[in-house]
Design a protein around this ligand. Structure first.
Ligand SMILES: *Cc1c(COP(=O)(O)O)cnc(C)c1O
Length: 353
C-alpha cells in the first residue's frame, strides 16, 4: 500500500483546545471549518465533543455533516446563511448564523420561524471584509430585536492583524468594536487563535480558536506550547546515485553539486504537498533532518540522502509534524500553515487517541 499518510493525533487536539480555553477564559468554539483545516471535521468534533462549548464552521452543509454525525453542541455558521431555505434549516438544526450584511437581516425579518433563532451579529471593526460599521451596528441589532424572531444576539468581530504583536491595528479594532457596541447587551466574541494567544484585551465571552487547535502557532515567537496534530509522512520508495552536475526532476531545477544519493518519496502536490516548496525545504528522514531537492511532482518528490548513509528504501519521511514544523514548510513555500493543512487530500488518514 502507498505509504503516504496523514496521522492525526486527537490527544494533541484536545491538549490545544484546553490550552485555548484556559488562556482565554469563558467559553471556546472549536473552529472546524474546511474539514477541520484538513484534519477531518467529524473525527475532530467527536474528539472534542465531551468538552467543547461549541463549534464553528463556514456554512450550512459543514454544520449538517456534524449534526448528522451526532454533534449536539451549538454550531456557529461563520458566513451566515445564503437564502431563506438555509435559514429554515438553521432553525431546524439549532445552528447559530452570523449576520454580517443587511440582506441577512431582511431574511430574518421575513422568515417564518417557529422558535427564536440565536444569531451572532458581526461588527466590522477595521478588517473591512464583512460586518456592520459604527451606527449601522446598533441599527441592525435593533431590527433583529424588533423582528421578534431572534433569541440571544452575540456581538462579534474578527481581527486582521492579531498575529502581529507590535502593530497597533488590533488595539484600534478593539476600540472600534467597543465603541460600536457600547450600548448593546449580550455576549461578545472577538478572539481568533492569535488573539487568544497574544491579545488578552480581546478575551470576552467566547473564543474562536482555529489554527491553534491544530498545533500551528500563529504568533511570531511560537512559544505557546501547542502540540502539532497532523504528521504528514511517507517513505522512500527508490534510491538513485547522481554524479556531480546531473540534473534532477522536472525543469532540472536541482543540479547535483557533488555525487549525491537521492531518495524518491511517495508524496506530491496532488496529496497537498506544495509544489512551490524550494530546494532546501526541511524534511526528516528516519528522524534525521534532511531537505527537499528538485521540483515537487504530482505523485512524488525527491530528498537528499547523501549525508544519511543508513537511509534507504522504506525509510520514513516526515514532510511536516513533530520534527518538521508545518510553519517552517509554509514559510519556505511562501504560504501559511492554514493553506498547507487545508490542502491535504488523497493520502490515507489515520487517527490516534
Ligand atoms: C476561521 C475563523 C476563525 C479562526 O481563525 P484562526 O486564525 O484559525 O484561529 C475565527 N473567526 C472567524 C470569523 C473565522 O472565519
Amino acid at each position: 500500500m502507498r505509504p503516504a499518510t496523514a496521522l492525526i493525533d486527537l490527544q494533541a487536539l484536545r491538549h490545544n483546545y484546553r490550552l485555548a480555553r484556559s488562556r482565554h477564559g469563558g467559553r471556546a468554539l472549536a473552529v472546524v471549518k474546511a474539514n477541520a483545516y484538513g484534519h477531518g471535521a467529524v473525527r475532530c468534533a467527536h474528539a472534542l465533543a465531551a468538552e467543547a462549548d461549541g463549534f464553528a464552521v463556514a456554512f450550512l452543509d459543514e454544520a449538517l455533516e456534524l449534526r448528522a454525525a451526532g454533534i449536539t453542541q451549538p454550531i456557529v455558521l461563520l458566513e451566515g446563511v445564503f437564502d431563506a431555505a438555509e435559514l429554515a434549516q438553521a432553525e431546524q438544526y439549532a445552528l447559530w448564523p452570523v449576520v454580517h450584511h443587511a440582506a441577512q437581516v431582511e431574511m430574518i425579518e421575513q422568515a417564518q420561524l417557529t422558535r427564536p433563532l440565536d444569531v451572532w451579529l458581526k461588527v466590522n471593526s477595521g478588517m473591512n471584509r464583512a460586518g456592520f460599521v459604527g451606527d449601522a451596528v446598533g441599527a441592525a441589532w435593533q431590527r433583529l430585536r424588533d423582528s421578534g424572531k431572534v433569541g440571544e444576539i452575540t456581538l462579534m468581530t474578527h481581527f486582521a492583524r492579531a498575529d502581529e504583536p507590535q502593530v497597533i491595528a488590533t488595539a484600534d479594532q478593539l476600540a472600534d468594536f467597543d465603541a460600536a457596541t457600547r450600548d448593546l447587551p449580550g455576549p461578545r466574541s472577538l478572539a481568533n487563535s492569535a488573539a487568544v494567544l497574544g491579545w488578552p484585551d480581546a478575551h470576552r465571552d467566547w473564543a474562536r480558536p482555529g489554527i491553534l487547535l491544530y498545533g500551528a502557532d500563529p504568533m511570531p515567537d511560537e512559544g505557546n506550547g501547542l502540540q502539532p496534530v497532523m504528521t504528514l509522512e511517507s517513505a522512500v520508495i527508490a534510491v538513485r546515485e547522481l554524479a556531480a552536475g546531473a540534473p534532477l526532476g522536472y525543469g532540472a531545477r536541482f543540479m547535483a553539486q557533488r555525487p549525491s544519493r537521492i531518495g524518491l518519496v511517495a508524496m506530491g502536490y496532488a496529496d497537498g504537498y506544495p509544489r512551490s516548496a524550494p530546494d532546501g525545504t526541511p524534511v526528516a528522514v528516519d528522524g534525521r533532518p534532511s531537505r527537499l531537492v528538485g521540483r515537487v511532482s504530482m505523485d512524488m518528490l525527491t530528498v537528499d540522502l547523501t549525508d544519511l548513509p543508513e537511509a534507504g528504501i522504506g525509510s520514513r519521511v516526515e514532510l511536516w509534524g513533530r520534527q518538521v514544523p508545518v510553519n517552517r514548510v509554509a514559510a519556505a513555500a511562501g504560504t501559511i500553515a492554514y493553506e498547507l493543512l487545508c490542502n491535504v487530500k488523497r493520502v490515507k488518514v489515520d487517527y490516534l487517541g
